[in-house]
Design a protein around this ligand. Structure first.
Ligand code: SF4
Length: 186
């Protein structure tokens, strides 16, 4: 059983619920995407390692189709910690940036739903939009998906607090990753 005094999830929640407390570690929505795609890239992100922002990449917020639902959504920042798009219907929107990004975008959206529920007490449903495929998927927080988010928080914390990045492991996304030369040039 996890010790509640040292569990990163409990520590994060305690601090997020206390306006005067400092968060024990930085946690952003996009970190969940990186965590799924490449933990090494997550480590670089956490250290603000900037190489070439013009390089096409798989995980980039700027790659998202910003025009999707533009007339039906508004940007909302919550506690200065998460920035979400809220549809007129009250659902939380996340746009899937590419065909390979369904799972990363789903986990990011689940984190937003989890944060709203656990920290602010607001229950919401999410919409994962696939603009290029003209379809949408409903995402809900359940005991199972909550556990998925909490497991990811523990994993992210482990990656970002490590002194060095995880070793490079070649994968299809490497070709379009901003850190490609950093990882694979001799
Ligand atoms: S090049 Fe590949 S291993 Fe290196 S950070 Fe990018 S995705 Fe990860």
């Amino acid at each position: 059983m996890t010790d509640s005094s040292t569990d990163p999830v409990d520590r994060f929640l305690d601090a997020a619920r206390d306006e005067t407390a400092e968060l024990p570690f930085r946690l952003t929505g996009v970190m969940f995407q990186y965590y799924v795609v490449c933990e090494r890239e997550l480590w670089f992100l956490s250290r603000d390692v900037e190489i070439d922002r013009d390089t096409p990449s798989i995980v980039r917020g700027s790659d998202v189709d910003d025009s999707a639902y533009s007339d039906k959504r508004r940007d909302v920042r919550v506690d200065g910690i998460i920035a979400i798009d809220v549809l007129d219907s009250g659902e939380i929107l996340e746009v899937k940036p590419s065909s390979s990004m369904t799972e990363p975008a789903r986990l990011q959206l689940l984190f937003y739903l989890w944060y709203l529920d656990r920290v602010t007490g607001v229950e919401k449903t999410g919409v994962l939009a696939h603009p290029t495929e003209k379809r949408r998927e409903t995402i809900e927080l359940t005991p199972e998906t909550s556990a998925e988010v909490e497991s990811a928080i523990r994993g992210i914390r482990e990656v970002v607090t490590a002194e060095s990045p995880p070793p490079a492991e070649e994968k299809p996304v490497c070709d379009s990753c901003a850190y490609h030369d950093f990882c694979w040039s001799c």
